[in-house]
Write a protein that binds this ligand. Structure first.
Ligand SMILES: [Zn+2]
Length: 542
């Protein structure tokens, strides 16, 4: 039996593991790559495996970096079942068509540019319609029940406490030497939340595949009351600054949690009340799923029943509703997707608000390397949004108490609770520091250092009950080190901004011409005057 890590190996997004036995092939997740353009380009390439051989997909949860390439898989010929919990299925029913819609619009925009540049048009990875069709492949799985997913392969889904419907998946594979079990953590929640249950899992598995998003980070352990107190402080500060508060938030889960908390705080008078705009059709649709399925068995209640349109809460479905916010002044709150500021309506609001000193931008979760959200958190003074250079004058704040992710201690505790683990522990879904950080922690928490592995993207291992042998190093699609880093697109954008800044701050036009001349020299470009061509071009332009 073999396992191949086709995504979120050496990086955080695009999780996809392929498990191949003598009689079956199953995928755990089929996620979309997000972050740098180098990574995102992988979404357009062919799958690095024979899609026709895949019997089934087992889906841990609905986040796009775990589910986002399912419609593409279907387009490539996959027609088998996709096993998921009811919550995951219902969220996918709104999230996947939305992802298709975003791609259609992005490609439309790109094709207009390509046309002007004389380049051939490109196709979207999939459309909203493809995503709708893909939903017919979903099969519901209940937590705790063993299901046969392919010949000789059964699975049990366990509560992962990460987002609504999220699960860890325990696979049991029949082999000649007896059954082999592999537990995939999926993304794990931190536990101790009032709105969502704690993660669970079996003990005594043969191999463990564990996420490492926060593998090197400790977060303040906050109880729900402290969480709301910290949010209240941010709301009061933003109110004092005098302008709007923009919260780029993941449309699913983060938005609903934030809204539920803000309603509590404003209704109780703890913070200055105002209108709250939920400006994301996806978040609005997801909120309906939370109203139906947000019931928490631990607390015996659904905390999202009050998060509905009406009162101070306004749902903005149509783009023109969203444009209307332009005319609004003073204290109000806008919650808009996406959480890492990479897509969605939030970019429009950032372009509109970042230069304003009275505005506040509150980032509320993990920001992957290479994303606009990460640049803002790191204190960028200028950013490029929709090819426009935008000055950052707004207060940029970060509140990391809403994470649906376990931190380093919670990950370690979860892994320890799975002991004994007879074979290997594969650390995935993390940036290099996080992967190494978690590996060190696990080595000090009852795992042998020879058990711990950090697989590279597309690397393959041959598994027996207790051992794993590397049979393919991967590296065919993308260099392992390129998976984690910011890429040359990020570097170019930073260089362009730095150049513009230097030119603007130069003493006079002579100094600017001198700087441009030196740059041309460094790039070994002929000076415009020497060839005559560039010179006449400049004349034509002026
Ligand atoms: Zn997730």
């Amino acid at each position: 039996m073999e396992i191949t890590f086709h995504g979120a190996a050496g990086c955080v997004t695009g999780f996809c593991a392929k498990v191949q036995t003598g009689s079956a092939t199953v995928l755990i997740d089929c996620g979309m790559f997000q972050g740098s353009k180098t990574l995102k380009a992988l979404n357009y390439g062919e799958f690095p495996f024979d899609v026709g051989n895949v019997d089934a997909v087992l889906l841990t949860h609905a986040h796009i970096d775990h589910s986002g390439l399912l419609p593409k898989l279907m387009r490539a010929g996959f027609s088998g079942p996709i096993y998921a919990t009811a919550g995951t299925r219902d969220l996918c029913a709104v999230m996947l068509p939305d992802a298709g819609d975003i791609q259609e619009r992005e490609v439309e925009h790109l094709n207009r540019r390509n046309q002007r540049r004389g380049r051939p048009p490109v196709e979207p990875i999939y459309t909203a319609k493809d995503a709708d069709r893909c939903m017919a492949l979903f099969e519901r799985v209940k937590l705790g029940e063993r299901v046969e997913v392919a010949p000789g392969v059964t699975a049990v889904y366990w509560e992962a406490g990460h987002i609504l419907g999220s699960a860890s998946i325990e696979l049991r594979i029949e082999t000649a030497e007896g059954p082999v079990t592999v537990l995939f953590s999926g993304d794990l929640g931190p536990g101790g939340r009032d709105y969502f249950p704690d993660p669970q899992g079996p003990t005594g598995v043969d191999h463990l595949v564990i996420e490492s998003t926060y593998g090197d980070r400790q977060r303040m352990q906050v109880d729900p009351a402290t969480r709301r107190r910290l949010l209240a402080a941010e709301l009061r500060d933003a109110h004092e600054a005098g302008g709007p508060l923009l919260i780029p938030a993941f449309a699913v889960e983060r938005s609903q949690e934030l809204l539920a908390d803000m309603l509590v705080l404003m209704d109780s008078g703890e913070v200055p009340a105002c209108e709250i705009f939920l400006d994301s059709p996806l978040a609005i649709a997801a909120t309906e799923v939370f109203q139906q399925r947000g019931w928490n068995p631990a607390s015996g209640r659904n905390p999202f029943v009050d998060v509905r349109e009406g009162g101070r809460l306004r749902f903005l479905e149509k783009p023109w509703d969203s444009d209307g916010l332009d005319r609004l002044s003073g204290w109000h709150v806008i919650v808009a997707a996406s959480g890492m500021c990479e897509a969605g309506r939030v970019r429009k609001h950032l372009k509109r608000l970042l230069w304003r000193r009275d505005a506040t931008v509150l980032l509320s979760g993990f920001q992957a390397a290479g994303t606009l959200g990460r640049l803002l958190v790191e204190g960028a003074e200028r950013v490029k949004i929709q090819s426009e250079d935008v000055r950052v004058r707004a207060r940029v704040r970060s509140l990391d108490v809403y994470s649906g992710h376990a931190d380093a201690t919670a990950l370690t505790n979860w892994a320890r609770a799975r002991l004994p683990v007879a074979g290997q522990v594969f650390l995935v879904h993390g940036e290099p520091n996080a992967l190494e950080g978690l590996s060190r922690r696990l080595a000090g928490a009852g795992f042998g250092s020879d058990q711990l592995r950090i697989p590279a993207i597309d690397s393959r291992f041959s598994l027996t009950k207790q051992s794993a042998k590397l049979t393919d190093r991967g590296g065919g699609r993308i260099a392992p080190e390129a998976a984690a880093a910011t890429d040359w697109h990020n570097a170019r954008a930073a260089l362009q901004i730095a150049l513009d800044e230097q030119l603007e701050s130069a003493a006079d036009d002579r100094a600017r011409a001198h700087l441009v001349g030196r740059l041309r020299e460094a790039l070994a470009l002929a000076s415009p005057a020497a060839t005559g061509r560039g010179g006449s071009m400049l004349q034509r332009l002026s």
